[in-house]
Design a protein. Structure first.
Lengths: 101, 266
């Protein structure tokens, strides 16, 4: 186990999640991709804490923030999906194109 | 050595189940594949002394994925996976971008000169985390708490069945008055003033009668069930009118107040 091995795992998870977030049409599947990306951040934060600066708790705090973000992202994502579905029976991203930035 | 083997098995399992999320046909299976990926990551965190955070990830993700499974069943057309399912757009570009990102990150991981390890892990990392959160990292804790509160409020506001102007769709009441909007608003305004005067002079019961009179010209002084009903209907109908978003600001105000006074009297 090295820092590089953990970061490789993090990069793989991030990339798989990125693929899902970019390619999925269903809003729920898209959120799964986002969750996988944050999952990669959790791994990277933990690895940086253990292999770079275990003396301070900064890395652990980062992991805690990432885990919280994961939960909040899912809650808000489902709330938006519910609002969209109630308003216009939409549950795929292509039909919600007015949300495009 | 044993730890190394465990890490690589967990890493492969995490990435494999993470990939399965986008391969399997069923939404429910995708949810549980994602859960398996999170469990592998949580266990991998246990290998680097993050006992609290590893268990936290495991427990939180079990609950989160169970909630997600419920939403899956709610929103998915193919929750049981009985048919092949591919719901992707721009698949090749997405594959290319994510492969490129992975290559870039991997190149960075193996070429960057990472800093040397400073310090040693504390005997109890959980205690160190708790003391940091309650001490120098208190701001992080406060921001997390506020963010959770804001998310709770915002998600409830978003998910309730209401549109931008109170009701999502103005429910057509079968017995709502069919007067034009201006006349209607004027009626309510009159009701408001009548109500206010009557409350000053004669008390609540009389106010109720005046209210009904202003709307539907009931004989004054007769306090019949019909009077009650008509007043109520008029008020309700006006509410629906206000909810439909056509602005009659001042009139709406008067009308609502009249309605409120009447409700209080009743």
């Amino acid at each position: 186990m090295t820092l590089q091995a953990f970061l490789l795992l993090a990069a793989a998870l991030f990339s798989v999640g990125l693929y899902g977030a970019l390619s999925q049409q269903s809003i729920v599947m898209l959120m799964m991709g986002l969750e996988l990306m944050v999952n990669g951040l959790v791994v990277a934060g933990g690895a940086f804490w253990f292999y770079v600066a275990p003396g301070s708790a900064d890395g652990q705090v980062l992991v805690l923030v990432a885990v919280t973000v994961m939960a909040l992202e899912m809650a808000m994502g489902f709330a938006v999906a519910t609002a969209l579905f109630r308003a216009r029976d939409v549950d795929v991203t292509d039909d919600a194109s007015e949300l495009k930035g | 050595m044993l730890q190394d083997a465990a890490f690589w098995i967990l890493a492969l399992a995490a990435v494999g189940t993470g990939t399965m999320v986008f391969i399997v046909d069923s939404m429910a299976r995708a949810t549980f594949a994602l859960l398996a990926s999170f469990l592998c990551v949580g266990t991998a965190l246990l290998l680097i002394d993050l006992h609290y955070l590893g268990i936290l990830v495991v427990l939180m993700m079990i609950m989160e994925m169970l909630v997600m499974a419920v939403f899956m069943l709610m929103y998915m057309m193919n929750p049981a996976g009985l048919m092949p399912m591919t719901m992707v757009h721009n698949n090749r570009a997405a594959l290319g971008i994510s492969a490129g990102v992975f290559a870039l990150l991997t190149a960075g991981i193996f070429t960057v000169h990472w800093p040397r390890r400073e310090g040693a892990p504390p005997p109890d990392p959980t205690r160190a985390l708790g003391q940091a959160l309650m001490g120098p990292k208190m701001l992080v804790m406060m921001v997390i708490g506020l963010a959770i509160l804001a998310t709770m409020i915002a998600s409830v506001v978003l998910a309730t069945n209401r549109g931008r102007y109170d009701l999502a769709e103005p429910a057509p009441t079968p017995d709502a008055p069919t007067q034009p909007a201006e006349a209607h608003a004027a009626h309510d305004h009159a009701a408001h003033t009548h109500t206010a005067q009557a409350q000053d002079v004669q008390g609540e019961h009389q106010a109720h009668v005046h209210d009904a009179h202003a709307h539907d010209t009931q004989p004054q002084g007769t306090h019949t069930p019909e009077a009650h009903d008509h007043a109520d209907h008029a008020g309700r109908g006006h509410e629906a009118h206000g909810a439909s978003g056509q602005g009659h600001g001042a009139h709406d105000h008067g009308g609502h107040e009249g309605h409120g006074g009447q409700g209080g009297a009743g």
